[in-house]
Design a protein around this ligand. Sequence first.
Ligand code: GCV
Length: 693
Amino acid sequence: MIWKAPFAAVVAAFLAMLPSNAAQAEDGYDLWLRHAPLEGEALDALTVRPLAVVSDQAGNATVDIALAELRAGLSNMTGRAVATAAEPGATLIALDCDHPQIADGGAFSLNGSSNGLTVYAFEPLGCLYGAYALLRDLAQGTPLGEIGYSDAPAMPLRMLNHWDNPDGHVERGYAGRSIFDWWHLPERLDQRMIDYARANASIGINGVVVNNVNARAFMLEPRYIVKLARLADAWRPYGIRVYLSARFSAPRDIGGLPTADPLDPAVRAWWKAKADEIYAAIPDFGGFLVKANSEGQPGPQDYGRTHADGANMMAEALGDRGTVIWRAFVYSEFDDTDRHAQAYAEFVPLDGQFAPNVIVQVKNGAIDFQPREPFHPMFGAMPNTRLMLEAQITKEYLGFASHLAFLAPMWEEVLEADTGHGATVAEVVAPVGMAGVANTGSDRNWSGSDFDQANWYAFGRLAWDPSLSSETIAREWAAQTFSRAPAFLDSVVPMMLGSREAVVDYMTPLGLAHLMDTGHHYGPAPWVCDLERPEWNPCYYHRADAHGIGFDRTERGTHALAQYAPSVAAQWADPATTDPIWLLWFHRVSWDHPMPSGRSLWAELVHRYDSGVAAVDAMAATWADLAPYVDAQRHRAVTENLAIQANEARWWRDASLAYWQSVNGRELPAGTPSPAHALDYYRSLTFPEAPGN
Ligand code: GCV
């Protein structure tokens, strides 16, 4: 076997030339916490001397997790064992989790010294966050000696909302079944529950609502409280508090009362007793999330009471132990005003009436998580109410799990928006927090696709620090998840940053919205005009006819624009000066309307659809070139998703154009390919089995 040694040497030399991790097959389970082997200066800095990770507070559950994470992460990155006690001459990573000069709430400071680095924090959770931050920096290839800064979360509440049902189905979930195995809890706690907490803690998530806002009352029963308590115990060391979506009619549904009227003393007593029962099992229970009087859910209006009456009643039951998060996502089929205006109309008059432990949770836009929406006019309009932002991480309206759409630019757009009330959206919600509708599921890669992990990551990072740029987040995530090679990052980051705009272009360009098919929201159906609830019809939103297209929300139309502060409304009042990305959201214009590009509206619309399709083709080409940097398994998975996306982008473009042509009778601009099929074909497609419905 004389050839073996040289052959092995040649293989080793060849592998060394390849970008890191190219040879290892990976299934995505490790998310951004892979801690891939370092090289060069970053490796030298950690291996020049023996490495030790220590803390005087070892023995505290949270500190122990921080120590274990650092030891495992450093060992993976350096290929060396990491000592658990200080040794003379060692590089020492120390955790000081009892430091009076650091603020509470998770703040930390990373301080380098000649013999290593100390993570200072006021409390163990700060040390845990500091440990994850240190690992994040190292995993991106930053040499230890260059790391030194302080950080603190900008928002107190950084939470995920799961739309997971107790039977394992996830509403708007595209990553398999629910990660919560309620059936086997409390006896069996899946390892995934720990890995999930770990992933969340690594990005600063500190609250989880475990069940769907379309809630089942039985999840408040004792048999579920013990299950929840097991989860709470498992997640506590990771700094995560559990919350429950509570069905407002629970006193009637499971409590044996004839009513759920929030002003009824028996109902109030029922909620108080229920809260006491939960706190007896879970002393740090976070509180209730409530969807009331929305899409068929029960609520205080069923009894002629207001949202404030309902929220305050539950807040009284929790007392200073917890928080009621009351959703502002309300609209009614019995209200014929513009759906856009209904939440503001219901909630803004209640400003100042909510109890101190009530938070009103507002979706980023006034309709429903569309690929692009202007910020919700409630932000800034309720100065005496604690408002929290709700974003959707799962891509209900952005192509499910198979379309690559990095959502940080969408959230950045909202967070940076100036409300005209003296604050940006980020500034309005910073004292309270952000919630993201989770995209996790039982799929091995958690999110249904590798790139959807980036949205989970980005949500956490933005909730921690809304001033982070999408580019920074994309770079961090891609370096940790795939490869830190500059050539890879310089290519993949721009691809990610442009990906959401591509979806907007091929689905709902120029301010169009809600053109997805009914119920499951998969694929285009702009032709749907006959659903019983008017505001569920795509036609309600596009209002296209032979003369023009778009929703007039100016004073000539529904006047919903008036809900924005005057300086903001002024930007969107005139179609001639409205940024084209919002044009059809606020205006109805003729197909010949002149656009800033010099094209007519019709030509511009076609151009945008084509741009969206071309952008997906470009993403696929970029990704193909990146094969040397990514393990074959994940590279192939992304490639296959991009192929689905390329087909579906064309489907969206072709079906939409075929429909618009049937309405406006216009030819496509010269040189533009015709839709592949006639409109009837697109209309005939049905997908009753589409996931997440
Ligand atoms: C949980 C949209 C979704 C629903 C979701 C609702 C909400 O309407 O399609 O699935 O219900 O928003 O946010 O409550």
